[in-house]
Design a protein around this ligand. Sequence first.
Ligand code: ADP
Ligand code: MG
Length: 334
Amino acid sequence: MKIHEIGEFGFIDRISGMFRHLLLPDFLGIGDDCAIIPYNEKEDYVITTDLLIEDIHFLKHRITPGQLGYKSLAVNLSDIAAMGAEPVGSFLSIGIPAETEVEYLDALMEGYHKLSQKYKVPLLGGDTTKSKKYLTINVGIVGKCRRGKALLRSMAQSGDIVCVTGFLGDSAGGLEVLLNNLPETKDNLQLILSHHLPEPHVKEGLWLAKQSGVHAMMDVSDGISSDLMHILKASGKSAVVELDKIPVSDTLRKVTVAKGWDLDKLVTCGGEDYVLLCTVEAGSLASIKAGFKTVFSRDLIQIGRIIEGESRINWMKNSQQVVLNKHGFDHFSV
Ligand code: ADP
Ligand code: MG
C-alpha cells in the first residue's frame, strides 16, 4: 500500500494508538494542535512541532528568506494559540543545502527573530545539518496554560455556535497568484502577503480561553472543511456551516471575481489562514462577541452551529443545503 492511498491523516491514525498506553495521567498525546504535559498544580505545558520543506510548503524563489523565517515560527505559534496557551520558547532544526548563502540564512533568522521578539519567545535550541537538495525547517515550540484549561478539539457541544477569528481564503488566494504567476498588482500582492506572512492569533487565543463559554478550539491550517471535521470527529458531533457567513476580505472577493476563481472552494478548502476556529455556547455568544469586539476592534464571526449526529459538515448556501466535493488540504492525497 502506498502512503497516498491512506493520506497524512490515515498515517497519523495508524500510529496514534500505539503510544496511548505510555501516556501518564493528564498527558494529552497525538490528535490535537499541541500535546499537553502537566507542569505543576497550576500550569500545563503545551508542545508542538511543524515541518516546512522547500517546494512542498514554500517556493524558495518566491518567498523572501525573512518571510520564511517569520512564517516558520508563525505556524507554530498558531498551534499554541489554538490551545489558548502562551508561548514560552522555540526550537529550530534546519537542513541546509551546501550552496546556500550565509546572507540568506541571516535574513531568515532576522524574520524568525522579529516574530520571536513580538511575542517575547526565545529560541532555546535546535539542530543544524546539511541537506542534499531541499531547505528543510522544523520548528518545535513550548507554551503554557492554566492547568486543565487548554481548549481541545474534543470539547464541542451540541448547540454551540461555530466561530472564526478572521478572514478565510486569503492565503489560498495568494497561493493561486503565485502558482499562476499573476502580475504583482496591489491586490495580488496583498494576497501573497497573507500567504507568506500569516499573523498567529496568539492574543485572541489567550482571550478566548479565558471565556468560560468557549468550548473547542483549533487553528485553521488545512482549510475549515478539513479542520472543522477534526473538531467534529474528536467531539463526536455534526455541524451546519453557512457558506454565506464565512468572512471574506474585499481583496479576495475582488480578485476572485476578476479571475473567475471558485470562492467557496478557496474559503473552505484553502489552507494556511491561521485564524482560530472555535465553538461557543449559544447563551454566551452575545457577550463573548461584544467582549471580542472591544478588545480586538473586529468581529468574532459566527459561521455555523454544532448539532448531534455523525461527524460531517452540512454546508448551506442561501438557506439551501449544498454539497462540497473537494476536501481540505491533505498531504499525499492525489
Ligand atoms: P496541526 O495542523 O495542528 O499542526 P496536524 O494535522 O499536522 O496538526 O497533526 C495532527 C496531530 O497528529 C497532531 O497532534 C500532531 O502532533 C500529530 N502528528 C502528526 N504527524 C505525526 C508524526 N509523524 N508522529 C507523531 N504525531 C504526529
Ligand atoms: Mg493546528
